[in-house]
Design a protein around this ligand. Structure first.
Ligand SMILES: N[C@@H](CCC[C@H](N)C(=O)O)C(=O)O
Length: 280
């Protein structure tokens, strides 16, 4: 493969992405190269590395998702909105289907320029999360994290554990996130959200992302948060605005079980990755 790979740096609410186009040229990196590019001191730095690939099943394109620790993720809500915006501009379309490992996601440009994605159904069964013990995923005591109360588990394509706390601002996420992410109760690790209820339709969420750490926003996490809040009776309905470090996402858990998310997207800059400088 060519050692120079053009990229765009995009973000949704500060949740930032390196986006490369692998539709015409080979853009597959090794795990070590994903880690090197993701290193914010030595590389470009990103929360997720997104590779646009040819479609596999009738969509406009397929998107592969990698975390900065080199692992692959099954879902990335903000990244989906960013890449969809790019592809809608390219195609002159207001609606497209962007495929991911979990299926085709319908993405639309909203009237105000924001981008909406239908993230598909929220999966709630214990084997779907997945968690290691057969249990009702509405309230699960996570060993070692009892101080934060029971977590509600939601799979949005990727696994999430949502803790409702009095004051999400007060928590030292960098200290408490890692041991919960890697708790043996999560065989595939998990994204960890801490949430406080601000109003019946407004939730404050902070996130420790699997494979990425603290990020400014997590779209799938915001979806999981609204589903969890509705399941726990923390909000009266199934829609809420979720306030993240980087801004606000509007989320609706539809009656058919699908979750829709709307928010802004932005492009920060473009550049070229010199892969030969990153090792193999
Ligand atoms: N930033 C994302 C989630 C990215 C994937 C996650 N770290 C995982 O490993 O599941 C989003 O906007 O959803």
């Amino acid at each position: 493969m060519s050692t120079n790979l053009p990229f765009l740096k995009m973000h949704g609410l500060g949740n930032d992405f390196v986006v490369v186009d692998g539709r015409k040229a080979d853009a597959a990196l090794s795990e070590a190269q994903y880690r090197a590019v993701g290193d914010r001191r030595r590389g470009v730095g990103y929360d997720q590395f997104l590779t646009i690939l040819p479609p596999k099943n009738g969509g406009l394109a397929y998107m592969a998702i990698h975390n900065p620790d080199g692992s692959q993720a099954q879902a990335c809500g903000n990244g989906t909105r960013c890449v969809a915006s790019l592809l809608m501009d390219e195609a002159g379309a207001e609606e497209i289907v962007l495929e991911t490992v979990v299926g085709g996601l319908v993405c639309k440009r909203a009237a105000d320029g924001r981008v909406t994605v239908d993230m598909g159904k929220a999966n709630l069964g214990w084997t779907e999360i997945p968690i290691a013990v057969e249990t009702d995923t509405r309230e699960v005591t996570v060993p070692g994290a009892e101080a934060y109360g029971p977590a509600t588990m939601v799979n949005m394509g990727n696994p999430h554990a949502v803790f409702f706390v009095e004051d999400a601002e007060a928590l030292d996420l960098a200290r408490i996130g890692p041991p919960i992410e890697t708790n043996p109760i999560f065989p595939e690790r998990a994204n960890i959200e801490f949430v406080s209820v601000l109003a019946p339709d407004r939730l404050r969420m902070r996130v420790w992302e699997r494979g990425a750490g603290i990020t400014q926003a997590c779209g799938s996490g915001a979806c999981a948060t609204v589903v969890a809040a509705a399941r726990r009776g923390m909000i009266p309905g199934r829609s809420a605005s979720v306030v993240l470090d980087g801004g606000v996402l509007d989320i609706t858990w539809r009656a058919d079980g699908h979750v829709e998310m709307t928010g802004p997207v932005a492009t920060s800059f473009s550049g070229t990755l010199d892969l030969s400088a990153l090792g193999s």
